[in-house]
Design a protein around this ligand. Structure first.
Ligand code: ADP
Ligand code: MG
Length: 241
């Protein structure tokens, strides 16, 4: 619990910080981009190679900023019912080309035999799933499979699982993956899993990471299923846009 509270404080402090500096940084970066474009016009080969480095580092900073901004958005209280499997299918469509490019096959399965309705922010859910799929792709070799599935858990809950056959994680890595900024990647931000965990928690659920080195990883999102009760109390569910 202590760890969870620390993590929460980290995330909200992070959010405030991000909100205040993001704007300033954006202005600075726009200006740098503008001037590098000007330099390109008269650049020789050596200068061009330096500019390539600037471009790629700028890209990394912009990605980091985007993820910062996602975390800094005041967590919308606006929760609405949305179909879980359809959301998974949309994510599979968005990420399909990237998976194909990496020689991977993406599968989706709904083991509940019905469309499951959950309550939350569908945009945020999509972004979280995209993060999980990206992680899976980054950890996997060509020719492996990636599975997005919904499984029955108990009367009130389902499991949404993202399973890969990638390189997996060590015990020590597993312990740290939900800490903001923990990353083993050269260009990682360490914010993908913390963001997905918070998404699950905002919906009254949780996120679990299971992994076997050299075998694969399974990230499970435990989610409460919207009951008739929830749908009957729109005040609690929030505005449906
Ligand atoms: P990032 O992807 O920017 O590093 P994340 O929070 O998304 O940040 O993930 C944190 C770390 O957890 C990754 O750097 C990686 O070491 C590990 N990880 C996450 N997902 C997987 C996966 N599917 N397979 C192997 N390792 C993973
Ligand atoms: Mg990630």
């Amino acid at each position: 619990l202590k760890y969870q509270m620390e993590r929460r404080e980290n995330l909200s402090a992070l959010g405030q910080l991000a909100a205040s500096i993001a704007h300033e940084m954006k202005n600075g970066m726009t200006s740098i981009r503008g001037f590098t474009e000007l330099i390109k016009i008269s650049a020789d080969e050596t200068t061009m190679s330096y500019i390539d480095v600037i471009d790629s580092e700028m890209g990394r900073m912009e990605a980091l900023m985007r993820e910062f901004l996602l975390l800094s958005k005041p967590t919308s209280k606006e929760q609405l019912p949305f179909p879980l499997f359809r959301t998974i299918c949309e994510v599979a469509t968005i990420m399909g080309p990237q998976c194909m490019q990496r020689g991977m096959t993406i599968f989706k399965e709904n083991h509940t035999d019905k469309e499951v309705t959950v309550v939350g922010n569908p945009q945020r859910m999509k972004q979280s799933l995209i993060n999980l799929v990206k992680n899976a792709v980054e950890a996997s070799e060509r020719g492996t499979r990636l599975m997005l599935s919904i499984e029955n858990y108990d009367d009130g809950h389902v499991l949404l699982a993202v399973t890969d056959e990638g390189k997996g994680m060590t015990e020590l890595q597993l312990k740290q993956v939900f800490m903001p900024f923990f990353t083993t990647k050269r260009e990682g931000t360490g914010l993908g899993l913390p963001f997905a965990l918070e998404t699950a928690e905002l919906m009254g659920g949780h996120l679990f990471a299971k992994s076997v080195p050299n075998k694969g990883t399974r990230i499970e999102m435990l989610l409460p299923v919207a009951s008739a009760e929830v749908e009957g109390i729109p005040a609690k569910v929030g505005k449906v846009i």
